[in-house]
Design a protein around this ligand. Structure first.
Ligand code: AMP
Length: 580
């Protein structure tokens, strides 16, 4: 396929807002792709060249991309490129405008294909060391030399990570599901394959090569499984009423780890499915020694733990283990303990389809006793009073609460289901749970705060049905001075000239940003408000007295934020409490 076809499609997508329209455009594109290129097309459409967990980035500095544009367009000075960039505020448009002024005779007759562009980006990603910048610039110049102006617009956005088409994974799955087996849609099977591999390129390639393999898709070690998530209820009674006799596990407040093992090779994926084995050497060592299986995928929560006193350290301390430097020292001072809570795969057997009790039994049998990995603490009960006592006991031991688990439920990858129900400590007169909000924009400071040029945040929640972010609160408190400076520096780098397409807002922000970062917010109450777009029907929902209680969450991506449906549910529960 010509790269121009992709560029034309991206251009069309940029002018559309409806998810249905975008799905239609993408499915037309996919129909024209061969099995050899469909995965490349999908990664490129996601703004990347590999699934997110592989951590492969095209990555070039802005100055080097500008230099490539200068050379490819035959300009003598960089100033014209810089001026055009300033004028348009978009490196892609700048490249397009400059390239369209290039004289006809200097245009190359080479035609760019998707494969050529993809391979060149792969080369850029894998070039490192001395002189690598020059090599990267040369590769980009070569592409630009063969590019039409519209192609140039997109070519330069990749190395800067700025494709930002705003096409979410569910939209890509919808577009792929034009492919039917007989007269049956295989949307569900596609979704399952995606949840088991987190790799839309692989899913699409498998589909194009042999759709039967999608129906019988197998997970594999070192491809992360999208995590199962917990619903919430507000009392022990409600939990027993909902799922009856259940397992109740301690809820540890650390990081979720998905451990993959083949022999002595270990990878650990975070909740966001980023590889993290390098940060947790003690878990890697224990997993290679004390897991009684050649191949396994299991999950647990890692928390800094004092073996001598049996004390769980607070999250603020555990989080310090996410670091680039001083890893060995910190692993000595604050060693982690992994409380394993689920088994997904072991030596060829897919455990996700088995009920919780079978998985738990197999998990216990897979762990040889040691001080770093243990099975999570739990009881089994159908008595609300016993559940409540266990919950209080957990709180007393410094834990976050409990998670009740349906004994008969399979592991539901990538979904929030009542198979797991969390019960956390709640405070009177406050919302029982905090919300994870996406930062959509920010405001400049007034008065005392002007010296930081930062006054507050416009935040939203994710509407997972429409694939858009909707506003719920302006947040002006809970930040330390240090955090304000840091927030402004971080957000400036992802600022957008206009409101991003996937943001639905009635309010204006002083600066819009790409929906990327998630913060944790507490509030007194959820109220109805016509100012905000979070909600079904006409009136939105807003937070009363919102305050940031945890800065940018390294472990959550924008689609992991609280959803509109969850807000509606929380609102419903809160009313019930006031009536009582
Ligand atoms: P939350 O992030 O509040 O929605 O709670 C769900 C998270 O609790 C999971 O993603 C895990 O990281 C964490 N967790 C801690 N202990 C457990 C447990 N025993 N079972 C399942 N998840 C747990």
């Amino acid at each position: 396929m010509r790269f121009l076809e992709l560029a034309n499609t991206y251009d069309q997508i940029e002018s559309k807002t409806g998810r249905l329209e975008i799905t239609g455009i993408l499915s037309e594109l996919f129909k024209k792709a061969s099995p050899e290129e469909i995965d490349k097309i999908i990664y490129l459409t996601q703004g990347s060249i590999a699934p997110p967990h592989k951590n492969i980035e095209v990555g070039m500095g802005e100055k080097f991309v500008e230099e490539a544009i200068r050379v490819a367009s035959g300009l003598r000075t960089i100033k014209i490129v810089e001026d055009e960039y300033k004028k348009t505020g978009d490196i892609g448009k700048a490249a397009e405008n400059i390239m369209s002024k290039k004289t006809q005779e200097s245009l190359s007759s080479n035609i760019l294909t998707v494969g050529m562009v993809f391979d060149s980006f792969m080369k850029i990603a894998h070039t490192s060391g001395v002189g690598s910048q020059d090599t990267k610039i040369r590769i980009l110049i070569k592409l630009l030399n063969s590019a039409e102006p519209l192609e140039a617009r997109y070519l330069v956005r990749f190395p800067l990570g700025r494709l930002r088409l705003g096409v979410g994974d569910p939209t890509i799955l919808d577009a792929l599901s034009f492919y039917r087996k007989g007269d049956k849609s295989i949307r569900e099977e596609l979704e399952r394959a995606y949840n088991l591999s987190n790799d839309l390129g692989l899913v699409a390639k498998t589909l194009f090569e042999n759709p039967d393999k999608i129906i019988d898709f197998k997970m594999s070690v070192f491809s992360p499984v999208r995590p199962a998530l917990a619903e919430r209820l507000s009392s022990a009674e409600e939990i027993i009423e909902k799922i009856g006799k259940c397992a109740v596990e301690a809820k540890y407040d650390g990081f979720r780890c998905q451990v993959h093992k083949r022999g002595n090779k270990i990878e650990i994926f975070s909740r966001k499915l980023e590889p993290m084995a390098g940060m947790f050497p003690e878990i890697v060592e224990a997993a290679s020694k004390y897991i009684a299986a050649e191949e396994a995928i299991f999950e647990g929560e890692a928390i800094a733990f004092n073996e001598l006193t049996g004390e769980y350290r607070p999250f603020q301390l555990t989080i310090q283990r996410k670091r680039k430097y001083g890893i060995e020292e910190m692993s000595q001072v604050f060693p982690l303990k992994l409380f394993a809570f689920d088994l997904l795969f072991r030596d060829g057997t897919d455990y996700t389809k088995q009920p919780y009790k079978a998985r738990r039994e197999a998990l216990s049998k897979s762990i040889i006793e040691n001080k770093t990995i243990a099975v999570s603490d739990s009881i089994t009960t159908d008595d609300p009073a016993e559940l409540q006592t266990y919950f209080e006991d957990c709180i007393g031991r410094g834990l976050e609460g409990v998670i009740a688990k349906d004994l008969e439920a399979p592991y539901v990858a990538g979904a929030r289901k009542f198979a797991w129900i969390k019960l956390k400590r709640s405070y009177k007169a406050e919302l029982a749970d905090t919300l994870d909000l996406v930062i959509l924009g920010y405001y400049y400071g007034k008065g005392k705060r002007t010296k930081f040029a930062f006054g507050g945040l416009l935040c939203g929640v994710y509407d997972d049905e429409a694939g858009v972010y909707r506003t719920i609160a302006k947040i002006g408190s809970g930040f330390s001075e240090e955090q304000m400076v840091e927030l402004e520096l971080t957000l400036k780098q992802i600022s957008e000239k206009e409101k991003p397409r996937q943001v639905d807002s009635l309010l204006e922000a002083d600066v819009w940003v790409e929906p990327k970062y998630v913060i944790t917010v507490a509030a007194d109450e959820i109220t109805r408000s016509p100012m905000h777009t979070c909600g079904r029907g006409k009136t939105g929902y807003a937070l009363r007295f919102p305050r940031m209680i945890h800065g940018i969450r390294a472990d959550k991506g924008p689609e992991d934020s609280t959803t509109v449906n969850e807000v509606v549910e929380l609102y419903g529960k809160q009313r019930k409490v006031t009536v009582e």
